[in-house]
Design a protein. Structure first.
Length: 112
């Protein structure tokens, strides 16, 4: 089976990204060893603070996937780009999510 490669654009850490109803704040980029590979994940905080329907927030983990190449080039805005392979296997996703939940204080995990 052919690998699906994707680009991950690294956001500035500890800098709010605003959207119409609130913001998210990427706090840390981390790597996790898993079955001889490296998983890239980002820990952050998201908040809804400007919505007509109420307010709220959560700490999250975003898992772009297996890290193939770290910061191989920059985009037109100068942000670094790494090459990743999304994690498609449901059992691997569940196991990785369990590991991350055991190490981090988060309420939500999203896989690409």
């Amino acid at each position: 089976m052919k690998k699906l490669l994707r680009d991950y654009t690294h956001e500035k850490l500890k800098e709010e990204v605003r959207f119409i109803a609130g913001y998210y704040l990427p706090e840390e980029e981390k790597r996790l060893g898993y079955k001889g590979r490296e998983v890239l994940y980002i820990i952050g905080f998201g908040a809804i603070d400007n919505s007509c329907c109420g307010t709220g927030g959560c700490r999250y983990a975003l898992v772009p996937g297996y890290l193939l190449k770290w910061k191989v080039r920059n985009n037109e805005d100068g942000k670094p780009i790494s090459e990743i392979e999304p994690i498609k296997d449901k059992d691997d996703r569940a196991e990785i999510a369990g590991i991350i939940r055991g190490q981090e204080t988060i309420t939500q995990i999203e896989f690409w």
